[in-house]
Write a protein that binds this ligand. Structure first.
Ligand code: PRP
Ligand code: URA
Length: 209
């Protein structure tokens, strides 16, 4: 099993508290999600392999570190994943992007797919799947099933909040996928929402509902 990393950096935890607060505006929520995504991106990419290349500084030639391997793929689970994606692309502008359109059926809590577009060569690339919420894990499991069907073999999952029930289901469905989250909350309620949570991430980001 790859395990679960809780990113407990003080700035992440401080920003998360403001995001949870129901008085935080749509604009504030979106801005904080983007800011937090920079810090989470730093953690999820912390162990990327480096190689070197020869460059000329104004002073001399040097062998300078540079990322090894093929460009990363960020896979955003729509809609709320886009809030994490934007900041991640600020830090890794050359990353390729996959979009996976999924929504939760409110009655069954099953993930329903409505869109999928990904770079064709997913094998050999690190794919980082981003979605702020891991609740029942139905959406995350479906997103990763699809990416694996399309050839991805090296995958990480990054979210903001996870429910213990979701972590359990996710890690047994995809034990090879490491999970990074800013918090493991208490539990799910009877409607599959995370408690204490932050509500519906997509609605809070886009002012819908
Ligand atoms: C939210 C969230 C996840 C999913 C998590 O999306 O962004 O994708 O719920 O729940 P789960 O772990 O129980 O599957 P939602 O379905 O509300 O769609 P939206 O982002 O378009 O609002
Ligand atoms: N999706 C959300 O946006 N919030 C939850 O609490 C659970 C699923």
């Amino acid at each position: 099993m790859k395990g679960v990393t809780v990113v407990n950096h003080p700035l992440v935890q401080h920003k998360l508290t403001i995001m949870r607060d129901k008085e935080t505006s749509t604009a504030g929520f979106r801005r904080l999600l983007r800011e937090i995504s920079l810090l989470l991106c730093y953690e999820v990419t912390r162990d990327l392999e480096l190689t070197t290349r020869t460059i000329e500084t104004p002073m001399m030639t040097m062998e300078a570190p540079t990322l090894e391997g093929k460009k990363l793929v960020f896979a955003s689970v729509l809609r709320a994943g886009n809030g994490l994606l934007d900041g991640m692309l600020d830090l890794v502008p050359a990353a390729r992007v996959a979009h996976i359109g999924l929504y939760r059926d409110h009655d069954t809590l099953q993930a329903v797919e409505y869109f999928f577009k990904a770079p064709s060569n997913l094998a050999d690339r690190l794919v980082i799947v981003v979605d702020p919420m891991l609740a029942t894990a139905n959406s995350a499991i479906a997103a990763i099933d699809k990416l694996k069907e399309r050839g991805a073999t090296n995958i990480r999952f990054l979210c903001l909040l996870a429910a213990p029930e979701g972590i359990e289901r996710f890690t047994s469905a995809h034990p090879d996928v490491a999970v990074f989250t800013a918090s493991i909350d208490d539990k799910l309620n009877e409607k599959g929402y995370i408690l204490p949570g932050l509500g519906d991430a997509g609605d809070r980001m886009y002012g819908t509902k």
